[in-house]
Design a protein around this ligand. Sequence first.
Ligand SMILES: [Zn+2]
Length: 251
Amino acid sequence: MHPDLKTVIELQQVDLRVAELTVLIDSLPAQIQTLQSQLDDFIHTHEERKKRLAANQKERKDQEGEIKVIQEKITRHKDQLYQVKTNEQYRAMLKEIGGEEANIRRIEDQVLEKMIEAEDLQEHVQEAAARLEGEKARVAGEIKRLQGERQTDLDERERLQACRKELEAALDESVRNLYERLRAGRNGIALAVVRDGLCTACNVWLRPQVYNEIRSNDALLTCENCSRIIYCVEPPAEQTEGNGQSAGAPA
Ligand SMILES: [Zn+2]
């Protein structure tokens, strides 16, 4: 194989892996942020429910106090029933007592509603309290794992970048420039594999003469259609699928 061709193939592999690692590395802070926000939301909801439950308990206590005050009023009014002088006063007093009793029923209904709400809140608060420590530990563990993963990726990228420098230095300047120009203009893909005479990057047939020339990979040639540097990959020896068989043995 042409030494420059061998080097650009390696360089391409390194560059693709570097690009892949960069995507992973750049995506990790957002993933960590998402996890953290989920935990924050969980805690916030829990705290809000606890506040609501405390408020509910206070409201119920207030309403029970209110009921007590009205009950005392009713007792007083019932005592006064014996002291009224006219039927008219008696009826007015009864009406008042009736209104007070209706008031109590209304407040009791509200207390009942609040009790149902409190039960529901209590259930959620207890469930969240039981899960909270576990959730914190899970998120902390997950964040630690992601940070570790990110460090591993950073280390690998650094190693590859050093390796890349060596590969670049080994290349002839014109080949290096060609590679970089192609890489910049073709989404990072400067090379194309040729299979059965077809450039697999642009799906255009090579002229037989060009195909012949690159089958042994002894020359550094480019696809006449997409301009990528082309090279041949021999089908695996034991391949029995259509692809390998129809190609005929390249050897
Ligand atoms: Zn092509």
